[in-house]
Design a protein around this ligand. Sequence first.
Ligand code: NAP
Length: 251
Amino acid sequence: MAGRRLLILGGTTEAAALARALAEAVDWDVVTSLAGRTRAPAALPGTVRVGGFGGIDGLAEYLRTKRIERVVDATHPFAATISANAAAACALLGLPLLRIERPAWTPGPGDRWIDVADAVEAADWLAGALPAGSAVLLTLGRQEVAPFKRCPALRFVLRSIEPPAAEDLPPDCLLLSERGPFTLESERALIGRHGIRAIVAKNAGGEATAAKLAAAREAAIPVVMIRRPTPPATPVVPDVAGALEWLNRPR
Ligand code: NAP
């Protein structure tokens, strides 16, 4: 390894795109870190390590022993713990840290969005607003499904990359194990096929999963939008180009 050592905290399209963009760069040796949630992650150039570091101290120890010189936090906007840990560990060591944070989605004319803090609030809104038997599309991770067990009168269609544990499922729940990107046509068809009356989504931002929002607008159904957690006060760029520009800057 001849270049300067960069750690990318990954698990997103942006993290993979940054690793690919740096694959030929002679000045950076890249390690991408994955949490290990996805069983068959896409292949990445450079070194890939998998699994938690063991909190702030574990991450700081890793950064020190691997002599990492810069860190790019390219984790998902909802991965709040690892982002906070990265901010704390980099502050401890005085290491430059940048966060890639794709812009949040914002509602436009014709959208009916219900802003909620988390899946529990989303479930409470659905239980109060929808008649029994209504079908709801959940576009969430497998770990965010359990709160919808409090809506036994509703029918759910859960679209998730990995299936959740059986005990986390609401009583009437159809599983769709699918990974984006999704088209407007396929989202329209999904809403029609299952008679969907509301969609629950996290405000992930980005293009790959935005078609459901346009499809909901067309179908005049509400989107229960889980807002992002508050990020740490780390310098932010919206995309990979911004991160490449930051890496080219002298420290
Ligand atoms: P989280 O709640 O912020 O992290 C929980 C713990 O998982 C962290 O404390 C850390 O363990 C470990 N971890 C998370 N990301 C890691 C990484 N990139 N490398 C090594 N360890 C990591 O995160 P999460 O919501 O469980 O998400 C896990 C991963 O999936 C993230 O990398 C994220 O980019 C990706 N992802 C998340 C979502 C989402 O909606 N949350 C969606 C798409 C992709 P230690 O404390 O032991 O270090």
